[in-house]
Design a protein. Structure first.
Length: 756
């Protein structure tokens, strides 16, 4: 924004922070209803097996156990086509962690005791455990073909789904080629070519609150209310209705406070809990244990990405060839389009070929984790760019500046970028002291990497009304997982001239709130802002008309400020907005209540980009890597609330460093071996180095107030910058994440001269 503002663009605390730190926020596990029962899922220990029989007799003898339910009781013969549409395994399990039965009891402890006594007879079958096995097609995950769905979960995050399924049953569920020019010829004629293969482990989103759902049958058969920890209530409604064969209108979803999601909370167990509640005709609560959560939910996939990159003598990138293999699990998520968009769209290049393969395995289906596919793609790309700079003898920042994309340049899937601020971010890095002082300490290095997110966008609605006490109420259908509602409050306050503390957010359910997109893909702020602005602007016009009548003045002479309407230049004459609202709704034949419904539908996205620096120290004797500091430079277009923007930047960088240095799901024979927070490593507060944020504001032509996507970009470049910092410190190239001290030491040993 170029005009002076009172509240927008200023640092302000989050609106629900106090209730959270005081422990008063209400989560799904806190929901208590009359007659509530507790449910415990029984998960398969095998990645692939036939269910020979289920003996519930011992479980049913446990005091308090009400029912033991199987697929025959709940599935209704419907076939699942995605992880959220799965209820219980019918006849065969396709991943270790798939729910086979549910035990329902009066208490959680009784349900757990019953589940422990459930006797399930399995016939273990050959399984597809990794990419090498998948590519042989000797064992097929879906011999009759992959069950089809109408939409891809990737679309919730702005991804491109591609064609559904292969022509014949295969573990290669989708193979796509994105191509422009002649990459092979360009690389053959390049002055320098670098090549490398980069592997990322599968990683879990590691939210603090495990999945939790309460379902309550409605007044008539087929009606159900779902209280859930979710990022998108309308997505959950559709998934539950589809999985259970219900009318969408008969499924009511009430979103609860979310204890972390990062792309993972879109209704994974909601259909199962709803089906259970409808079957026993009682309210049912299911709260997964940490182990259950990690076994049965949707992590980010393991990827292997080969990159060949070439440039001419001047440093201009002339050719890029990529092959990305994505290990999805039992269903495809749709990472390929997202990976292709960014890996072929960060640098200008006329000759690009990107081949992607999405593989099916006997593992839990993968899903979104904050900027799905981006950290993996950029670890490969930015490592290659760093190696190319060394091969050419060029400064790595100057090489990036020379080739960085701008408005009109192509993404990897062929669409043009709108105006973006990638080069602005690199220019700010060039000025930063950390970059200028690099290379001054032994065994220390500074790594640079760029990242970004194209940004999803969806239509949204909002309702704004003014009560007779002057309170402004915003009715929205969005779920607040990152402080987005705190920014919506500022928009209304700025528009109406009221203190933000006078604005109250009313989060509606699926049958009472205006439609809003899910809180994923960094789309909710840019999508919802326009609707809130539209609604509050209409309310402003109504208030100006009421004030003009009250003062018998021209409406152009009225101003709204500090919760009052007044005539410009006439001190002492004012009326509160509450008094105007009372006049509107109490005058016979008058204008009526002060209320308006706003709508917005963006025509294009507002991509956000970042450039990040990481400084590390590497112990030459052990290979141990210590992050010392990190810098996040990000173009946010316009920071609606800089405090919240900085929080997103901090959190994303912390997760990027976690992916780079700590996190990875370990599998043995198709089964997860570290399904808990004792064995799954991730950074704690003591592991994160000091973080510095640099906000760049290059207004977007499409985003409200010029704002761009904020939540996704910060995670995208951290792992790549870490790997480049290790290369700068000790001269070894990391090609597999997470980094381990042993691997760094082995690489250093390979490069050391042999002893005499």
């Amino acid at each position: 924004m170029t005009t002076p503002t009172t509240y927008l663009g200023k640092r302000r605390r989050i609106i629900d922070g106090l209730e959270k730190v005081r422990g008063r926020a209400r989560y799904a596990a806190d929901v208590g209803l009359p007659g509530l029962l507790c449910a415990r899922p029984v998960l398969s220990p095998y990645p692939h097996a036939r269910i020979v029989g289920i003996d519930a007799s011992a479980a049913l003898t446990v005091p308090g156990v009400v029912a033991v339910l199987t697929a025959d009781d709940l599935n209704g013969g419907r076939v699942a086509h995605s992880r959220p549409s799965m209820i219980l395994a019918a006849g065969e399990v396709v991943f270790a962690g798939q729910a086979v039965a549910v035990v329902v009891a009066h208490t959680g402890a009784q349900a757990a005791d019953g589940a422990a006594l459930l006797d399930i007879d399995y016939e273990v079958l050959p399984s597809v455990d990794d990419a090498a096995q998948a590519l042989t097609n000797e064992v097929l995950v879906w011999p009759q073909g992959v069950p089809k769905s109408e939409a891809s979960l990737a679309s919730l995050h702005g991804g491109e789904a591609g064609a559904q399924g292969a022509a014949a049953p295969s573990n290669i569920d989708e193979q796509r080629v994105f191509e422009r020019g002649d990459a092979a010829a360009a690389l053959a004629g390049a002055h320098r070519v670098v090549e490398g293969t980069y592997t990322n482990a599968a990683v879990h989103q590691a939210y603090l609150e495990p999945h939790a759902v309460v379902a309550e049958p409605g007044r008539r058969p087929g009606q159900v209310t779902v209280y859930t920890s979710t990022q998108g209530q309308y997505t959950v409604r559709s998934e539950v209705a589809g999985a259970l064969g219900l009318r969408v209108g008969d499924v009511r979803v009430e979103p609860m406070t979310v204890g972390g999601g990062f792309g993972a909370k879109y209704g994974i167990i909601d259909a199962l809990v709803a089906a259970t509640a409808l079957r026993v005709e009682r309210p049912v609560r299911m709260v997964l244990s940490r182990t259950e959560d990690m076994l049965t939910t949707m992590p980010a996939p393991r990827t292997t990405i080969r990159v060949r990159l070439g440039a001419d003598q001047s440093g201009k990138i002339v050719g890029l060839d990529v092959r990305a293999v994505i290990e999805n699990g039992a269903f495809r998520f749709g990472h390929a389009g997202i990976i292709a968009t960014v890996i072929g769209g960060m640098y200008r290049c006329e000759h690009v070929r990107i081949e992607t393969q999405e593989l099916l395995l006997h593992r839990a289906p993968t899903g979104a984790y904050r900027a799905p596919g981006m950290p993996q793609a950029l670890f490969a790309l930015e490592s290659a760019v760093d190696e190319l700079a060394r091969a050419l003898g060029h400064d790595p920042l100057e090489l990036r500046l020379l080739n960085a994309v701008g408005a009109g340049d192509s993404t990897g899937t062929g669409r043009p970028w709108p105006d973006i601020g990638l080069k602005d971010c690199l220019e700010r890095v060039r000025e930063h002291g950390l970059w200028q002082s690099r290379g001054t300490a032994a065994n220390e290095g500074v790594g640079l990497a760029i990242g970004g997110w194209p940004g999803a966008f969806s239509p949204a609605g909002a309702v704004c009304r003014v009560d007779t006490d002057g309170t402004v109420r915003l009715h929205v259908g969005s779920v607040d997982i990152s402080g987005v509602h705190s920014s919506m409050v500022l928009i209304a306050a700025e528009t109406l001239g009221v203190d933000p503390d006078s604005v109250e957010i009313v989060q509606g359910t699926t049958d009472s709130g205006p439609f809003a997109p899910g809180s994923g893909g960094s789309q909710v702020t840019v999508s919802l802002s326009g609707a809130v602005l539209d609604a509050s602007t209409q309310v402003r016009e109504q208030l100006l008309d009421l004030a003009a009548t009250h003062f018998e003045a021209h409406r152009d002479d009225i101003e709204l400020a500090q919760g009052h309407a007044r005539v410009k230049g006439v001190p002492g004459q004012s009326v509160t907005l509450g008094q105007l609202a009372r006049r509107g709704q109490s005058t016979p034949g008058g204008p009526g209540p002060v209320v308006a419904e706003g709508r917005a539908a963006m025509k294009a996205g507002a991509p956000g980009f970042t450039a990040q620096l990481v400084r590390v120290r590497v112990d030459p004797a052990t290979g141990h890597v210590t992050p010392l500091e990190a810098v996040i430079v990000q173009d946010v277009g316009y920071a609606l609330n800089p405090l919240l923007v900085e929080g997103q930047m901090h959190g994303g960088m912390a997760q990027g460093l976690g992916i780079g240095l700590y996190e990875g799901l370990n599998f043995a024979g198709g089964s997860l071996t570290n399904p808990n927070f004792m064995e799954y490593a991730f950074p704690t507060a003591t592991d994160i180095p000091p973080l510095t944020t640099v906000i760049v504001e290059r207004p977007s032509e499409h985003g409200p107030f010029g704002a761009r996507v904020v939540g996704e970009p910060p995670i995208t470049a951290g792992a790549a910058a870490l790997a480049n910092a290790i290369r700068d410190a000790v001269g070894v190239r990391i090609t597999e994440l997470p980094v381990t001290a042993q691997k760094v030491w082995e690489l250093m040993e390979e490069g050391r001269p042999a002893a005499d």
